[in-house]
Design a protein around this ligand. Structure first.
Ligand SMILES: Cc1cc2nc3c(=O)[nH]c(=O)nc-3n(C[C@H](O)[C@H](O)[C@H](O)COP(=O)(O)OP(=O)(O)OC[C@H]3O[C@@H](n4cnc5c(N)ncnc54)[C@H](O)[C@@H]3O)c2cc1C
Length: 411
């Protein structure tokens, strides 16, 4: 078959996972045709910048680091933006997008995850937003008026955030720093409770409260309604909590987590669990079909909780996975091995670095003490049952210890 007849490598999704795969692949193979299909514009932006853009006064358009057309040209990729893949035929090796049926030689699913939406009552429930893309952020940004720093604080818009996890805390810090009033509602008892030891969590709460953030713990939102009086008020929404308390807000942002959309893969008969299951070579259960990014569940991230491994919805795992996948696609067999991948939490009120233990590792957080037995404030290690160090948390100035602490972890 001539090269012209050979179906291309198709990548679905133009997020960090899709574009990084294309870039890494091109470093190893400059000639194989690559076709990238994506439901969005394909513009390249760093998604982490969505949760620290308000305080920096950056507009949505300014977050685009490279326009889609430029990315496609630089990487010699044919791009089909605003094109949603609706079906995969793994036998015929084709994808369906609208009326087009396109053949692939290899297929990479880099379709990401979607914000979880909890069912809410109320006539304004549809106004609750989540931010998991530049498009979402553009909508959210347009709904907030710029802060008039000279105005009375009570007259400023009030954002109620559902969820005190990573994204919720980052937005709380960013919006409060930008001058908005911010409340956070969470069913847990403290911020970032799934990731941090209690003392670090308490320190984060104190730092965010000092910025003006109000926390409502042990609480969930039941309904969001249009406030009956004063529609022009800055607090046009009435938020009913499950415990019966009522709060007023200008906007409600839901940050309760992400879930991979597995419908496309599942309908094609590809094995899915919490996300699309891939082995250590990033292969799915279907021949010539690969996956990575927020939509993938990696066997390389072994977890006693699932035979399919774990999801790793962060930037560093995507970069590592894309390099391994590109090598496999270029005919250089490569087993994906994840190094320790600490995550920086973008809460300038109290910067944090978190290297969580593998899911299912039993143990506990312990304050770090050096060889002389001196306890270092702001450093915690996760010690497993055998006393081995499996992860760490650094707070404030101790975030500078990232490299030193990484060397002490046994992965
Ligand atoms: C606000 C925020 C802040 C974050 N901050 C950090 C941070 O500080 N550090 C960190 O490590 N991580 C952070 N993350 C996580 C990190 O940004 C993500 O893990 C990463 O961007 C996911 O990239 P992805 O390519 O897998 O998915 P996505 O970016 O979701 O891309 C998925 C792509 O697939 C396309 N697509 C989906 N379905 C289809 C279909 N059927 N057909 C065609 N196209 C389709 C979409 O249009 C999109 O282009 C943050 C995430 C958020 C939301």
């Amino acid at each position: 078959m001539s090269e012209l007849m050979t179906p291309p490598l198709i990548i679905v999704g133009a997020g960090l996972a899709g574009w990084t795969t294309a870039r890494e692949f091109r470093k190893l193979d400059s000639s194989t045709p690559v076709l990238l299909l994506t439901a969005d514009s394909g513009d390249f932006y760093a998604k982490p910048s969505l949760s620290n853009a308000f305080a920096q006064g950056r507009l949505p358009a300014q977050l685009i680091s490279t326009p889609a057309a430029k990315m496609a040209e630089t990487l010699n990729v044919t791009l089909l933006p605003m094109t949603r893949v609706s079906a995969i035929d793994t036998k015929a090796q084709t994808v369906t997008a609208g009326t087009q049926i396109l053949g692939y030689s290899r297929l990479v699913l880099a379709t990401g995850a979607q914000a979880i939406r909890v069912p809410l009552e109320g006539d304004a429930a549809q106004q609750v937003l989540s931010v998991n893309s530049l498009e979402d952020f553009t909508t959210f940004h347009a709904q907030l008026q710029p802060v008039d720093q000279a105005a009375d604080r009570a007259a400023r818009q009030h954002v109620l955030i559902m969820g005190a996890g990573l994204i919720g805390c980052e937005f709380a810090n960013d919006l409060a720093q930008a001058g908005y009033r911010v409340s956070v509602v969470d069913p847990g008892l403290r911020p970032l409770s799934a990731l941090l030891p209690e003392a670090a969590s308490a320190a984060l709460q104190t730092a965010l409260e000092a910025l003006g953030v109000r926390f409502y713990f042990g609480a969930t939102v039941r309904a969001v309604n249009t406030a009956p009086e004063a529609p022009a008020s800055t607090e046009g929404l009435s938020v009913l909590l499950a415990n019966g308390d009522q709060l007023r807000a200008s906007r409600v942002l839901s940050a309760v987590g992400l879930r991979a959309d597995t419908a496309l893969a599942r309908a094609a008969g590809i094995t899915v669990d919490r996300a699309i299951a891939v082995n250590t070579r990033l292969e799915t259960s279907a021949a010539q079909v690969y996956a990575l990014g927020d939509g993938a569940q990696y066997a390389s991230a072994s977890s006693p909780l699932s035979v399919h491994g774990a999801t790793l919805p962060y930037v560093m795992p995507i970069m590592t996975a894309a390099r391994a996948l590109a090598a496999n696609l270029a005919g250089q067999p490569c087993e994906l091995v994840f190094p320790l991948m600490p995550v920086s939490v973008k809460t300038p009120a109290l910067p944090l670095v978190v290297a969580p233990p593998k899911p299912g590792t039993t143990g506990q957080w312990t304050s770090y003490s050096d060889s002389a037995g001196l306890i270092s404030t702001g450093i915690w290690q996760w010690l497993d049952e055998a006393g081995l160090n499996r992860g760490f948390v650094l707070a404030g100035a101790q975030t500078a210890q990232r490299m030193a602490q990484s060397k002490l972890v046994q992965i």
